[in-house]
Design a protein around this ligand. Structure first.
Ligand code: PA5
Length: 471
């Protein structure tokens, strides 16, 4: 597997911080790594969590290795085997799937969809989709008109006549009680039952629930008669759950290479545990980000994705960093940009605005498809014949180098994170690297990276308002 590569040279060139600054903090970052590994060990052994460390959601670290090991031992009956079989079965039976979930129960699956499926996937014919269904992400908002639009799309009261007309639901909620997802599930489930002509058993076959060991969704799925309920293990927090059933069930429905995804994450674990600073993307990234914030008072972390398929991966990271470290009036602010698009919107501010940003470029080294040339034309009014032999990747490479140079000349630091190509193995490494980095940074700055007490506040007010209670 080609490894992803973190190169912070631009940060040093632009005079943001020095290599010595990074070396100086490394012993503390390394100590934070050991703490995180101890957290992981606690999850593996099921040892009691000291109250001061609650909540401790470090289960994401060993999860990929555990899922792969079980699968190698027992293909059909392992959790991964069951996820793959259920995904395949649903894909064979329907041509549209709604994935319902919000926050950590949504963003990772969407990132996988956008980065690993062909562009405009839902527009393709079923054969071009590998006989897999179209996928729509809902239950992540409360938008009346969008819900109505989706019901229109699904055919409202129409009884599905065959695969092309039939649709299903993957509903994901760890707590099982999140209002946005629960309301959407109730509404779409009613429509699904109608589309199955009132056949409750058939409707249950077309629902794949992913939830915790107990809770309202678990109870509902049981009452509905769903054949399988996929579990989100205790100790795996929402925004750290993309490599559990939360991301894997939608990925299996889409026919993605789930094994390669987990192998990517497992490979990152190996590097995290064993590699020395300088060759350890997690440690190096944390040290640079932390020192940049500490020494330059720069609180904004721009994840600058190059290309159109990584926007959702950036949004996934926005949530990961915000909910994990945005506590006690601290924590860097993440911001995803998609370039070259956003060079024409945010670029001005990044070049000449406040000096409060560290930019990390996410660069895909090789495109999946043949490079497309600009091409020669008998209409050269656009003056592009001089670039006729250049390809789209050539233009992208020039844009990246040119932007880094422009920022560097103005003392605006940029680091580069290289993904060898956009595929499951790279994305698995990317997810695991950033989840590990977030946990390590939390330990480094003394903020528990797990739990999100601030999010509970809006939920309780919203519920009280809806039920006419005073708060
Ligand atoms: O990171 C988290 O834990 C949150 O973002 C949750 O994923 C989100 O609130 C959804 O929760 P649930 O899966 O319980 O519906």
């Amino acid at each position: 597997m080609d490894p992803i590569r973190y190169d912070p040279t631009g940060v040093f060139v632009a005079g943001g911080i020095t290599r010595e600054d990074v070396a100086a903090i490394m012993p503390k970052v390394d100590a934070a790594r050991r703490e995180v590994l101890t957290d992981a060990e606690l999850w593996r052994t099921g040892g009691p969590v000291p109250p001061a460390q609650e909540p401790l959601d470090a289960g994401f670290i060993e999860l990929p290795d555990r899922l792969l090991a079980e699968y190698q031992k027992n293909r059909a009956t392992s959790e991964l085997g069951r996820i793959l079989a259920a995904g395949r079965r649903l894909a064979d039976e329907v041509d549209r799937v709604l994935v319902l979930g919000i926050g950590g129960s949504y963003m990772g699956a969407r990132a996988l969809f956008e980065s690993c499926c062909p562009p405009y996937y839902n527009e393709l014919a079923r054969s071009e989709r590998g006989s897999r269904p179209r996928v729509y992400f809902e239950g992540n908002n409360v938008d009346n008109d969008v819900t109505q639009g989706v019901l229109d799309l699904l055919g409202r009261d129409r009884v599905a006549a065959g695969v092309a007309d039939r649709w299903g639901i993957v509903v994901i909620s760890k707590s099982g009680g999140t209002l946005e997802t629960a309301v959407a599930f109730r509404q779409f489930l009613a429509a699904l039952r109608q589309s199955c002509g009132g056949d409750a058993k058939q409707a249950a076959r077309l629902v794949l629930p992913v939830t915790g060991q107990s809770g309202r969704l678990h109870d509902l799925a049981t009452a509905l008669g769903c054949g399988e309920i996929f579990n989100i293990p205790d100790g795996v927090g929402g925004r750290y759950s993309v490599l559990s059933a939360v991301g894997l069930v939608p990925a299996a429905v889409l026919g993605l290479d789930v094994v390669a995804l987990l192998e990517g994450a497992a490979a990152m674990n190996v590097r995290f545990r064993a590699a020395a600073a300088g060759d350890n993307p997690v440690l190096d990234y944390v040290a640079v980000c932390h020192q940049f914030e500490a020494k330059r008072d720069a609180h904004i972390r721009v994840l600058s994705t190059w290309g159109k398929s990584l926007e959702a991966a950036g949004m996934w990271h926005d949530q990961l960093l915000s909910e994990s470290l945005g506590k006690h009036e601290r924590g860097a602010t993440p911001l995803t940009v998609v370039n070259t698009r956003d060079l024409h919107s945010r670029g001005q501010q990044h070049q000449q605005g406040r000096r409060d940003k560290l930019i990390t470029n996410v660069i895909v080294d090789r495109p999946r498809r043949e490079p497309l040339a600009v091409g020669r034309s008998d209409l050269d009014q656009d003056k592009l014949n001089s670039l006729a032999a250049k390809t789209v990747p050539d233009i992208m490479a020039a844009a990246i180098a040119g932007t880094n140079r422009a920022y560097g000349e103005d003392g605006r630091p940029t680091a580069d994170l290289h993904l060898p190509r956009l595929d499951e193995a790279s994305i698995g490494q990317f997810f695991q690297m950033l989840m590990l980095a977030t946990a390590v940074e939390g330990r480094l700055i003394g903020i528990n990276p797990f739990g999100q007490p601030g999010v509970e506040s809006y939920k309780s007010h919203m519920n009280a308002i809806l039920r006419g209670e005073r708060t």
